[in-house]
Ligand binder design. Structure first.
Ligand code: HEC
Ligand code: HEC
Length: 404
């Protein structure tokens, strides 16, 4: 993906090969056909009319910086042309992930353009430690994005606004101009200083820090799921959910990576250890990134997402992606870095029989470095798979901000 890369978006006429598959990664029924899309758009056109901010509530506990960050997160005017906000791919009602379930990866602001990866949830992302190598655990840990290429949430927030496949702003100056024209321009100066707009790069960093502060609030990380009530002793799991939890922590080995014990740094149960693994996820033929022209995807349909290994240029990390939190997972379909699976049950079925030849799963996208100890042949029954899914359904937050 193209972070901090600024490419002019001009008229594009793509003649693309579209791959259609009934169930993206199941390996069943796949047909191919040629489709021509003409997605002509010109950026920076005079018709770049500003869009209204949605009606937002300021929580009583917010600092000015957090309130500023919230308005930036929901502002559709930080894209070119105006129309796409962070929240469009990270919608509170959709577990802070992409509400559009028709595509495995997110639509960019420019018609016809798509990113190469599935939008993860923004909720609980700020608990990820700064990206680093842990010598004791012999693993890279933390950071943001599926491949950890941003150190933390403040660093991350600088990416999508300038990404031509996402919000596609031309440069930092055009973003700051949009901020200056925004309803919260005075608040921005109040928080970051009266002269803040004079230094574009500093102001851009301050914008990102404001968003990061919002992402750390309890509005985004509400810990308001049924399972949180259970941990507080205010609710009880059904028999099925309880069996699912026991399998999650035991026979199914999920908690080896999606940790169910409290994170030592925050004391919170986050369902990730922030490490990286190759789960052997197959390519997703429905990933529309394959259909983008050479300008964005020189490899065409042969594109292979190397994840952490691609980012670090280290073959020993090829195919590894950050272990995602499973909070709100019932709301965040599709699943995995490439949106390969559309329902939770298929994710668990995949972990259960990935390495059982007769199960017929397609080949992994990257075969090197695949984790074989903790997944692949779990010998779960269909009923046990249902139990695990029932438990995962208890991780859905009940409190989300009302945004009109
Ligand atoms: C067009 C859809 C889209 C828009 C708009 C968008 N994102 Fe994302 N976001 C994504 C995708 C896709 C990824 C994963 C990309 C990757 O791993 O390479 C991501 C990753 C993230 C992550 C990392 C989460 C994690 O667990 O690693 C955070 C945080 C985030 N986005 C916040 C934001 C913020 C803040 C904005 C606005 C400034 C924003 N996003 C705008 C699609 C989008
Ligand atoms: C060895 C570590 C490991 C184990 C064990 C593991 N996972 Fe994962 N899980 C991952 C990684 C890494 C990903 C992301 C893989 C990718 O996108 O290529 C992931 C992704 C997921 C996702 C998709 C989440 C999303 O937002 O897209 C779900 C759901 C999930 N795992 C559930 C489970 C369950 C249930 C179990 C137990 C049956 C389990 N995992 C066992 C490492 C693990």
């Amino acid at each position: 993906m193209l972070r901090k890369t600024v490419l002019p978006v001009t008229a594009i006429a793509l003649s693309v090969l579209l791959l259609l598959a009934v169930s993206a990664c199941s390996g069943k029924t796949q047909t191919q056909g040629t489709v021509t899309t003409d997605s002509s758009t010109t950026s920076g056109s005079a018709s770049d009319a500003r869009k209204p901010l949605p009606a937002l509530q300021r929580s009583a506990s917010f600092t000015d910086k957090q309130w500023l960050g919230k308005q930036l997160f929901f502002d559709p005017n930080l894209s070119q042309p105006s129309g796409q906000a962070c929240k469009d791919c990270h919608e509170p009602a959709a577990g802070w992930a992409d509400p559009n379930k028709d595509s495995p990866t997110s639509k960019g602001n420019t018609p016809g353009l798509f990113g190469n990866r599935n939008s993860p949830s923004v909720a609980y992302a700020s608990f990820s430690p700064d990206f680093h190598y842990d010598a004791r655990r012999k693993s890279y840990i933390g950071g943001q994005f599926w491949d950890g290429r941003a150190k933390n949430v403040a660093d991350q927030a600088k990416g999508p606004i300038l990404n031509p496949l996402e919000m596609s702003e031309a440069n930092m100056q055009s973003v700051i101009d949009a901020v200056k024209a925004g309803a919260y321009a005075d608040l921005f100066k109040k928080v970051w200083g009266a002269n803040v707009f004079e230094e574009t790069e500093t102001a851009y960093g301050d914008l990102a820090k404001s968003i990061a502060e919002y992402e750390k609030t309890s509005e985004v990380n509400s810990f308001s799921s049924k399972y949180d009530d259970v941990l507080r002793g205010a609710a009880t799991l059904t028999d099925r959910e309880k069996r699912g939890l026991d399998l999650f922590n035991g026979k199914a080995r999920c908690s080896k990576c999606h940790t169910s014990a409290a994170d030592p740094a925050s004391g919170k149960v986050l369902f990730t250890d922030f490490s990286y693994d190759n789960a052997g996820v197959p390519k997703n033929p429905q990933n529309k990134f394959y259909t983008l022209g050479a300008k964005y995807n020189p490899a065409g349909k042969d594109f292979v997402d190397l994840g952490l290994g691609g980012q670090l240029k280290k073959p020993s990390e090829n195919g590894k992606f950050k272990v995602p939190s499973l909070r709100n997972v019932a709301l965040t379909a599709p699943y995995m870095h490439n949106g390969c699976f559309t329902v939770l049950k298929d994710v668990v079925r995949f972990y259960n029989t990935r390495d059982v030849a007769s199960a017929g799963w397609p080949a992994p996208e990257v075969t090197e470095n695949m984790n074989k100890q903790d997944m692949g042949n779990l010998k779960l029954t269909d009923s046990e798979i249902e139990d695990i899914v029932a438990f995962l359904n208890t991780l859905t937050d009940t409190k989300r901000p009302l945004v009109k």
